[in-house]
Unconditional design. Structure first.
Length: 447
């Protein structure tokens, strides 16, 4: 892609329109190489996707063998061993009862499927009046229309606001900028109690589901909920027959040091969404998990889930996903994340925590966020026009390290960066990321 005279040459409609991008020609382990031979440490796993590392031959072989054996089967006509085995492999690691999995192509598709599934569960249970969705501000659930309606990131929503069939949103568990001006734990988890207040104001008989990221991802820069938050949410949902949908597209599949992030607070949702690391980024693959009780209810009362897709339950993508799970198991990579996650967090806090522009270094496992501010005295954000995140990201790129951008976390302003490397990153590479981040922040914001 080359830009000349303000125009982008070629036929590709690229993801970025503001500048030309270097072609990536090779990726192996935690490193990416461009056409000029420059190497970059992929400290974000792309969009927090690559978990078992780039260029795994085992996945390539499994995909090749599956294509040669059976490349495409429509899921209303046949099932396939690959899809069946992937579902079983996920159920082994899922919280008890969460043992039915529906496979799709991407996170947005999974979220929309989960919302529709919640509605059909209520229909099957004789609760047809339950149709309304509650979600959270500063959340990310995808960019298709249903997912965008649920999502709470302002910059993505505004251009398409007239088209949205909107969800009702409540504040997120974001202690640094508490919407109620309180402090944990004296707050009594006011942000969780907001769900009950909102359900009652909407009319409990109308509310279908509450959708939330188990750990706030790109929009809140790796923000785990405070202790007890999910238990309070689970209890509220149970009291009002509201289904709990947890979005683990980013934080699932071992990213937090547990196979499912909800395990950290010992909470089982009714429905869960997975994606990104499910295939290690090799093929488009996502999943919706649901408890067997809800699955059986639909089977007995509806007989069918009114949903589908040409590429759902795709056997080739399932082969990739199954191989990723086998690698995670064989190499104990989820356990490695739990162990090395502390090392990553400590390195970031040690190198960045004292900088005057760093308001918070937070995270869990291999999902960490660094929030940047103009002043730590009152957590005053930089104006978005200053493009602080983008400038630091570019400085990091020039230093050969890739991180992930997070913006708009303080109203329409705010800047942060995510560090979420593949699970195979080494100790010296972790230290390199922390050192380069410190240097990039000082170069960009230092006087």
């Amino acid at each position: 892609m080359v830009r000349e005279n303000g125009k982008i040459n070629g036929n590709l409609f690229p993801r970025r329109l503001d500048q030309p991008l270097s072609p990536a020609v090779k990726a192996e382990g935690v490193w990416i190489e461009d056409a000029s031979g420059r190497r970059y440490l992929d400290a974000s796993g792309g969009a927090v996707v690559v978990n078992v590392g780039h260029g795994r031959e085992e996945i390539a072989m499994a995909v090749s063998e599956q294509i040669l054996r059976c490349d495409y089967i429509h899921p209303t006509m046949f099932t396939t061993p690959a899809a069946e085995e992937l579902a079983t492999a996920l159920a082994v690691h899922a919280p008890a009862g969460l043992d039915r999995f529906y496979f799709l192509s991407g996170g947005s598709e999974a979220v929309e499927t989960a919302i529709k599934l919640a509605r059909q569960i209520h229909l099957s249970a004789g609760r047809p009046q339950k149709f309304r969705l509650i979600a959270r501000w500063k959340s990310y659930h995808g960019l298709t229309m249903g997912a965008l309606s649920a999502m709470g990131r302002t910059v993505f929503r505004v251009p398409f606001a007239p088209l949205l069939n909107d969800a009702v949103h409540i504040p997120p568990p974001y202690c640094l900028r508490c919407s109620y001006g309180l402090r944990f734990p004296e707050c009594g988890l006011r942000c969780a109690l907001a769900l009950e207040e909102t359900i009652e104001n909407m009319g409990p008989e109308t509310v279908s589901a509450f959708l939330a990221e188990t750990v706030g991802g790109g929009t809140l820069a790796a923000c785990p909920p405070p202790a007890g938050y999910l238990s309070v949410i689970r209890d509220i949902c149970d009291r009002y027959d509201v289904l709990l949908i947890l979005d683990e597209v980013m934080c699932g599949m071992g990213r937090t040091g547990r196979w499912f992030a909800c395990e950290h607070q010992d909470v089982t949702p009714d429905i869960i969404t997975l994606g990104k690391g499910l295939s290690g980024g090799t093929l488009a693959l996502s999943a919706v998990g649901v408890t067997s009780d809800h699955f059986d209810l639909i089977c007995q009362n509806s007989g069918t889930f009114m949903h589908g897709g040409t590429f759902s339950h795709h056997c080739v993508a399932a082969a990739a996903g199954l191989t990723v799970i086998r690698i995670l198991e064989r190499e104990n990579l989820v356990e490695r994340v739990a162990r090395y996650g502390n090392l990553l967090g400590d390195a970031l806090k040690d190198r960045l925590g004292s900088l005057p522009w760093v308001a918070d270094v937070r995270g869990i496992g291999f999902l960490w966020g660094i929030e940047l501010v103009r002043s730590r005295k009152n957590n005053q954000p930089f104006d978005r026009k200053e493009q602080v995140t983008e400038r630091i990201w570019e400085a990091m790129l020039q230093k050969g390290v890739i991180v992930y951008k997070s913006t708009g976390i303080a109203g329409i302003h705010g800047d942060a960066l995510l560090v979420a490397p593949p699970f195979i990153i080494k100790e010296d590479e972790i230290r390199m990321v922390a050192d380069k981040l410190r240097d990039a922040i000082l170069e960009t914001l230092g006087s």
